[in-house]
Design a protein around this ligand. Sequence first.
Ligand SMILES: C[S@@+](CC[C@H](N)C(=O)[O-])C[C@H]1O[C@@H](n2cnc3c(N)ncnc32)[C@H](O)[C@@H]1O
Length: 265
Amino acid sequence: MGGAYFIGVRGQAVNQNWMRMRDFFRMRAHFGWLYAALSRLKCPNTPIVRTAAPLIDRVLHHLDQRTQRNSAKFDECFGTKTYGRLDVPVNGDRANPVIWGYSAINHDFFREIMRNIPASLSEYTFVDIGSGKGAAVLMASEYPFKHLVGVELNHELVDEARNNVQRFNERTGKEIAPEWSVGDFFQWGPPQSPCLFFFNNPFPEPLTLVAMQHLEKVLSEHPYRTLLVFRKAPKTCGDYLNHSTFWMPLRLAPYWRVYARTSAP
Ligand SMILES: C[S@@+](CC[C@H](N)C(=O)[O-])C[C@H]1O[C@@H](n2cnc3c(N)ncnc32)[C@H](O)[C@@H]1O
């Protein structure tokens, strides 16, 4: 583990503002730091920013387009079919479905996050909550995780994820064999071993906060080291995590955060 982990374990104050400033510039892939800075600049209502707004919008649009084009590259490279947006029902109620978007994580963003985790990954099982077509699980196979697990509500997406593993193995000559759990995260139990939970914006905002509270409850029966990676945490959930005594922040970049469980052995 890196220094930040030990700082928290010893109960010393971790200055989250300082951490946020430090981690802003860790978002190097696709000029993430510039994207975040310009997105924030759009908000203030000063004359100077109002004048520059069209230029800021153009730069943001250009950066977005560039990322979109780049996102298809993982599939081109590995023969998989993970790219594209889909609307999926996520509450199991056919009469009043809550729809949420599926889209795979960009490979460069995934690598950026993994590179910045101050822990040795080899003792952890990688668990993608809301694993969709399996992109993050496939990407995690580049790292020395003990096992790979995907939890996904939508069984058609899990079938696609299985096909993607086959294509990926054929293309790379690897023999990765992730475990897929088809069903609701809220009904699922974690492996009895150290886990890294990966949340890439899997739920609508109100459910995300409930999901974090649920995870803490489940983990209270689970006496193992745990890491939590959250990409694009909604504000309520991010604030909750930052104040929770269950989690200690290790990295606080604008678009992704890494926490370690405080009470694990
Ligand atoms: C944004 S996609 C993330 C895809 C994948 N993690 C990645 O990074 O490539 C969110 C996924 O979460 C799934 N999901 C939503 N609610 C869920 C739940 N309660 N249990 C399990 N999966 C869920 C959706 O079906 C969708 O595939």
